[in-house]
Design a protein around this ligand. Structure first.
Ligand code: ZN
Length: 206
């Protein structure tokens, strides 16, 4: 588990923590070690930009960002290569699931806007491990959506610098980056690299 320094209620799980999306035993162990309830508010993630504000735990429906102002209610997204982004305000916390589709759809901006509209503008952001330009090979159709963030894989093909796309949305916030690449570094679940069906979690709570 990665708990960013002086973060309050923010944590990112690693593969060693188990499949916290499907395996409730893993989720219970993670919750116990963080001292949070094992019932989290979660989404059916669809790689879009729908934001859900929640007041209770459980399945919230389709969406890719979730936030709450209820103390003690963990909100979480599940990832394996996509970036989990946690945004904190004094009285609210939100989490976004940002792969290239969600980033292109504006999921982080949508979460910031929804929180701000309710008077809870985030001041800090925390970005978990995800797929980095070293490993994120894409076709021309995807690269063309991210002009300015084109890069190369370590084997010389076209890639997109997805963490740079994400950080552009957080430029005015105090932001912590885990910095790891889920594909070529050990310790993470990777959909691309290992066709993993297991998922890690980005979790936020007040
Ligand atoms: Zn890599």
């Amino acid at each position: 588990m990665k708990v960013p320094p002086s973060s309050g209620g923010v944590a990112f799980t690693e593969s060693a923590d188990g499949d916290v999306r499907h395996d409730m035993g893993s989720r219970r162990r993670v919750s116990a070690s963080l001292g949070i309830p094992e019932e989290w508010a979660v989404l059916r993630q669809v790689h879009g930009a729908v934001v859900r504000r929640v007041t209770q735990a459980g399945d919230t429906g389709d969406g890719d960002a979730i936030w709450t102002s209820v103390p003690g209610l963990p909100v979480a997204v599940f990832t394996a290569d996509c970036f989990g982004v946690v945004l904190t305000a004094d009285d609210a916390v939100g989490v976004a699931h940002a792969g290239w589709r969600g980033a292109a759809a504006g999921v982080i901006a949508a979460l910031r806007e929804d929180m701000a509209q309710h008077g809870s503008s985030p001041g800090k952001a925390y970005v978990g491990a995800g797929i980095r330009p070293c490993c994120f090979e894409v076709g021309e159709d995807v690269a063309a959506r991210f002009e300015g963030h084109r890069s190369k894989t370590t084997w010389g093909t076209t890639s997109v610098d997805l963490p740079a796309v994400v950080s552009e949305e957080l430029i005015d916030l105090d932001t912590w980056y885990e910095g790891g690449c889920t594909v070529h570094e050990p310790g993470w679940f990777s959909h691309r690299g290992a066709r993993a069906t297991e998922r890690m979690a980005a979790i936020g709570w007040l």
